[in-house]
Design a protein around this ligand. Sequence first.
Ligand code: DC
Length: 225
Amino acid sequence: MERQLVVTIDGPAGAGKSSVAKLLARRLGYRLLDTGAIYRAVAFTARERGIPWTDGEACAQIARDLDIHFDFVDETNHVFLGNIDRSADIRTPEVSQGASQVSAHPPVRAALLDLQRRLGAGGGVVVEGRDTGTVVFPDAGMKFFLTATETERARRRVDELTRAGKSVDFDQTLAEIRERDTRDASRDVAPMVPAADAVMVDSSTQTLEEVVESLAQQVVGQSKR
Ligand code: DC
């Protein structure tokens, strides 16, 4: 008898969390919860309403009222705000920095905690983010912390944005990744740190398929215990 686990994948920008989480969820027949997309949605909505990302209370109100849902369209996880597909709008480098800024406000994190727990309730879900194994699902059945070298992560981000038709500079992307890592790892509330019981995975030298295969085997093993 296999249990339906909550599987958390945390780690820095560009480590491959989204790709790994998506393939792992599909492989296991689990749902997928992209928590970064939720912070991105708050930053995007603030920008649309002319609210500065430094205004923690106003951003927290946006977080409390957030009408977000996810849906798979053509094998990709799309993000809807109301009924408008905002998947591309929330993935710009500008919104990446905004998401990192709004996520440092304690009231924003508090407002999104319940939402994330509700979306992950019942298990059978792969959750990806920064604090999903430490704060959101501290009792998750299986936790991973995915990393890769800075240059490898910047290279992947450039590839991803180039594929999306955007022209981006490698050095600037690397600088943005460093800025985000520093902010995400040094904030007072729920900083990006591996959970004590997380399995550390370095994706720099493995293919995506190898990483997914290794994680899937560990989850299946754990779900039979
Ligand atoms: O994973 P991502 O790049 O989509 O996340 C965007 C930002 O959101 C990231 O820089 C920090 C924040 N975030 C967070 O603070 N906690 C999470 N669980 C997920 C993302």
